[in-house]
Design a protein around this ligand. Structure first.
Ligand code: GAF
Length: 370
């Protein structure tokens, strides 16, 4: 640490329980925050300098001038906080500089939204220090703009909203069209259940371009069907909609989005009825749809799903953007060691590096610590 900040803030990583790739289709998502967080120690500056350091990144301090920030700058971890400052200033908030030091326990490259944690902790700290008075959903929107325009990643708004708005013991049901939200109680331990996160520790190199292609395919589907977004295709009208789509590449993308939105609603209904075990098969169905229709799984993620189900897990699916990263596994707490052993053994048999397995505890969203 090279300075004493005016305050300390943190923002979490997330897993998504259900609702994958629906967020850029105006659809529904259901993430919850992990206890893993990015902590930022922050002090204001009035000389126009943004000085960034990280305990986790080599290379020492990076100094940028806030009035020179522009999309297309140097690629690297500092793009995320710099993008947030750029987005705040673009929205006419007078940020005149800051010293920020980061330390993070959010695994990077694991599909657990370490970049959104970095963005949101920066936005929240500057919101407080500069007394901007922006609501959390607005901060999430600015962070998404930083990611889309400054960083250049065409993501939706799920991850930033999860980091900004999740609350302890809940999953966040978010309608990504109007950003309305509901906190859904999600206390698996009280039901004798556990949700494991299995980080495969692989990231397939084509992931970035493929995300954009899926997004473009969904937009082509919406245009062909004459709707604003695929969210507007009703589940009951899916067969009719599919019959109207000429492009065989687009059809399965549309089927995934429409069925996935329906799966979010089914999961909510089960949770609200106290039928927590019943969400397992819905999660597994979601994985099959991501694997076969959206085609963003990979052998390692499929192996987690197959080996955990074979050992008695109630449901399993990949989570996040895909092509590597993490899967989630719902299991009876009593079965968790057997399920974990089965997954580890399957990876060993396939000569893959051992995945990292931990229990997901629904945790707090971004907050000021001191
Ligand atoms: C990534 C993106 F950042 C999110 O916006 C979302 O689309 C997700 O992939 C897939 O559901 O995490």
């Amino acid at each position: 640490m090279s300075f004493t900040g005016e305050g300390v803030w943190e923002a979490p990583g997330r897993v998504n329980l259900i609702g994958e790739h629906t967020d850029y289709n105006d659809g529904f998502v259901m993430p919850f925050a992990l206890p893993h967080t990015t902590v930022a120690t922050v002090a204001r500056r009035d000389d126009g300098v943004l000085r960034l350091t990280s305990a986790d990144m080599p290379g020492g301090a990076v100094e940028l001038h806030v009035d020179e920030l522009a999309p297309g700058g140097p690629a690297g971890w500092t793009d995320y906080p710099a993008g947030v400052v750029w987005a705040l200033r673009e929205a006419r908030h007078a940020i005149s500089g800051a010293d920020i030091h980061y330390e993070s326990t959010v695994p990077t490259g694991a599909g657990l939204s370490s970049s959104a944690a970095l963005e949101v902790v920066t936005a929240l700290a500057l919101n407080d220090l500069y007394e901007l008075g922006l609501e959390r959903w607005r901060l999430a929107r600015l962070c998404r703009r930083a990611e889309n325009v400054y960083v250049g990643a065409p993501t939706g708004i799920m991850d930033q909203t999860a980091a900004a708005c999740c609350t302890e013991g809940h999953a966040l049901y978010l309608d990504t069209r109007d950003l309305s939200q509901r906190q859904i109680p999600f206390d698996l331990a009280a039901h004798g259940l556990e949700l494991l996160v299995v980080d495969t520790r692989v990231k397939h190199s084509h992931s970035d371009g493929e995300y954009g292609k899926r997004r473009a395919g969904c937009e082509a589907g919406a245009a062909a069907l004459g709707v604003e977004a695929l969210r507007d295709v009703p589940y009951e009208g899916l067969d009719h909609a599919l019959a109207r789509l000429a492009d065989p590449e687009v059809r399965p993308l549309v089927r995934h989005i429409v069925t996935e939105n329906h799966r979010v609603e089914r999961v909510i209904a089960h949770l609200e009825a106290g039928e927590v075990r019943a969400i397992g098969p819905v999660l597994t169905e979601g994985h099959a749809s991501l694997r076969d229709d959206f085609r963003i799984s990979c052998p390692e993620l499929d192996l987690v799903v197959e080996s955990s189900l074979a050992a008695g897990a109630l449901g399993a699916r990949m989570t996040g953007g895909g092509f590597g990263g993490s899967a989630i596994v719902l299991t009876e707490t009593s079965q968790a060691p057997t399920v974990t052993k089965s997954v580890l053994a399957a990876f060993e048999t396939s000569s893959l590096q051992p995945p990292r397995v931990f229990t997901a505890i629904p945790s707090a969203g971004a907050r000021r610590l001191s």
